[in-house]
Design a protein around this ligand. Structure first.
Ligand code: HAS
Ligand code: HEM
Length: 577
């Protein structure tokens, strides 16, 4: 590695890991608030929603974006053999670091407790929006550098099969670039002027819709770097080969097509969007589950082959599962990846429950949701990120992890914690527990009239899981610290497990080109989102009707019913009129 490549990679990998200490701490705090163990509006000088915002922003935005960029730089240069474009890489890194500092500083100052979804009516400090925009635009700049690398490789290798890791990285960032344009518009054109007091109002459902245009693709942006590891590295780590390179390519291109036009499945309860739009995007959501089903079969087949190679006697359908290198201390990356896959089986099932237009009304805004997404973003994504960060830090620093047994045990501990934690949340959610609610001062406070004793054991289970997760993360930080103090034994280098496939497959033209997939992607976005945007522009906006205080019926309608009313009048809905 060149010196500047080494410095850049170390910066991009370590900034989010340092912030993660804060993110993980607030995860544990959330379980304590939920269970009533903390029964106040703030703890250690940080307010409840401030902590939840820090947790979501650091874990789900900062960690994931920084890692995707760092890993993208490394994969693009490693798999094409073309050196990183250092100028764009540094401009991108500086924008991302400055943006993150702005965003986190405004949250810590108590000025931006708007949660990681940051749509209106929650209003943040202007610098929160500028910081977010810089973080996202910084990641675009890195991507622009890779477009050059990709085109150069294609020119020099006409007709050859593009490396799967390169397709995966380019798909992920193409999708990311397209999905983040609307949220950049929302942030800079709608939310920033509103927060600065330049505009008095903002179209709330529009900011929500633009956020979710980005927000669901965002979750696949979390996932695809880890899918890259599952396809390109895991089969070899297990001792086998990838079952099919073409299947891998198909999977990544299907993500390109389906990741964006599904965002309104987060808005099934949004009155401004019509049923037809929601129903169509619900169907497309089943479409976006398809590449993960293909992945389940392709990776299972690859792992089964690895187990055969390792001496599995094929006694029954499942015997191969026992033959994988779960506890080999020199192959710790395997344990991070396999644990993520196992957790994702349940993250996937719960995602499909959410996607159902009718079942969604049972789980929406309940604790079932954090149950689902911790088994996705805090499962495969998080384990892939921390496992690979450690693997790369070892190589970049030229040092070797010393606490290997602990390193290997961390993902198993995390998996146990995650299953306990998510069970508490999901069962609680099905019994009505809300998400994003300080239950310590309401439902879980025995002195409150809202007290729900039947939620004690579910929130208690969440705490037990949370403590185990916290301990696993704590061990990870100890391993990292120990690595920092270890002796340098080698020069900086990058190496990945050799990519091998089971079949010698033909190059299929439509799996070796972005063009057809980009066309389908844009068509689907148009069909799914033009009506959605029209809906939110038509049913809301400047003409929102005036209301009287405490009267939920728009004044005009109320006047039609009862004649002239005093706008200060309060309507008691419990009164028999
Ligand atoms: Fe989701 C809400 C639907 C996947 C993250 N999701 C969220 C939120 C987040 C999130 C953060 O339709 C909350 C947003 C908020 O704050 O409001 N999600 C889905 C569907 C999928 C899905 C259909 N989600 C993800 C992924 C995420 C993520 C991935 C992050 C990384 N989600 C929803 C919906 C909502 C939602 C609704 C909104 C709900 C509401 O009302 O607000 C699918 O992509 C899932 C497909 C996955 C599978 C699983 C395949 C299994 C594999 C493992 C195989 C294992 C092997 C190992 C091979 C079909 C690949 C075997 C070896 C052994 C040894 C056993
Ligand atoms: C929200 C706990 C790790 C991402 C939450 C909530 C809890 C929690 C209890 C729900 C708050 C609520 O709605 O009442 C934990 C614990 C963790 C952990 C104990 C480990 C020690 C992670 C990780 C990620 C993550 C590693 C992502 C990489 C999120 C996100 C939210 C959330 C995106 C939603 C925030 C919001 O609703 O605005 N966490 N978490 N968490 N967590 Fe975690």
């Amino acid at each position: 590695l060149r010196k500047s490549e080494k410095r850049l990679s170390l910066l991009l990998l370590s900034v989010p890991l340092i912030l993660l200490t804060l993110g993980i701490y607030h995860g544990l705090m959330q379980t304590l608030y939920r269970s009533g163990m903390i029964s106040q509006t703030s703890f250690a000088a940080l307010e409840y929603y401030q902590g939840l915002t820090l947790h979501g922003v650091i874990n789900a935005l900062v960690l994931t974006i920084f890692f995707a960029v760092a890993f993208g730089h490394i994969c693009m240069s490693y798999y094409t053999g073309i050196k990183m474009h250092m100028t764009t890489a540094w401009i991108s890194a500086v924008m991302m670091v400055v943006g993150t500092i702005m965003t986190i500083a405004t949250i810590l100052a108590g000025e931006s407790s708007v949660l990681y979804t940051f749509y209106a009516p929650m209003k943040a400090h202007p610098l929160f929006y500028v910081g977010n925009a810089l973080l996202i635009a910084g990641s675009w700049v890195a991507f622009f550098g890779w477009v050059g690398i990709y085109r150069k490789w294609r020119r020099e290798h006409k007709g050859e099969r593009t490396p799967l890791a390169v397709v995966a990285t380019m798909v992920n960032f193409t999708m990311w670039f397209v999905c983040s344009i609307p949220v950049a518009y929302s942030t800079l054109v709608l939310l920033l002027p509103w927060s600065m007091g330049i505009t008095a109002t903002v179209n709330i459902p529009l900011t929500r819709t633009l956020f979710w245009f980005f927000g669901h693709a965002l979750v696949y942006f979390f996932l695809l770097p880890v899918y890259l590891m599952y396809y390109v590295m895991l089969p070899t780590l297990a001792g086998g080969k990838l079952y099919s390179d073409n299947a891998g390519k198909l999977v990544f291109f299907l993500f390109l097509v389906f990741s964006i036009p599904v965002g309104t499945h987060h808005q099934f309860a949004e009155p401004a969007i019509t049923q037809g739009v929601k129903y169509f995007q619900s169907l497309l959501t089943y479409g976006v589950a398809l590449p993960s089903f293909i992945t389940a079969f392709t990776i299972a087949a690859s792992l089964e082959y690895a187990a055969w190679k390792r001496g599995d006697k094929r006694k029954n359908w499942f015997s191969w599962m026992a033959k994988l290198p779960y506890f080999e201390k020199d192959r710790y990356l395997f344990s991070y990846l396999i644990c993520g896959l196992i957790i994702f089986i349940f993250g996937g099932i719960t995602g499909i429950i959410n996607a159902s237009y009718s079942l969604n009304s049972l789980v929406h805004n309940t604790a079932f949701l954090p149950g689902h997404f911790h088994m996705t973003v805090a499962g495969p994504t998080f384990l892939g990120i921390i496992g690979m960060s450690l693997y790369l830090l070892e190589r970049i620093s030229g040092k070797e992890v010393r606490l290997k047994r602990i390193t290997n045990a961390i993902p198993y501990l995390w998996t146990i914690g995650m299953f306990i934690f998510s069970t508490g949340l999901m069962v609680g959610g099905l019994r009505g527990e809300p998400r994003r609610t300080n239950m310590g001062i309401s439902y879980m406070d025995p002195d409150s009239p809202l007290y729900r004793p039947d939620w004690v054991w579910t929130t208690g289970t969440t705490v037990i899981g949370g403590v185990i997760l916290f301990a696993a993360a704590g061990l990870f930080f100890i391993v990292l610290l120990d690595l920092l103090f270890a002796k340098k034994t080698k020069e900086s280098y990058i190496s990945f497990p050799t990519y091998r496939t089971y079949h010698q497959e033909k190059v299929i033209p439509f799996l070796n080109s972005f063009k057809p997939w980009l066309v389908i992607m844009f068509l689907l976005i148009l069909v799914a989102y033009v009506p959605a945007i029209f809906n939110v522009m038509k049913y809301t906006g400047k003409e929102a009707p005036p209301y009287a205080p405490q009267n939920p019926i728009p004044l005009e309608l109320h006047k039609q019913d009862v004649g002239e009313v005093d706008e200060g009048e309060t309507l008691n809905l419990n009164q028999d009129e």
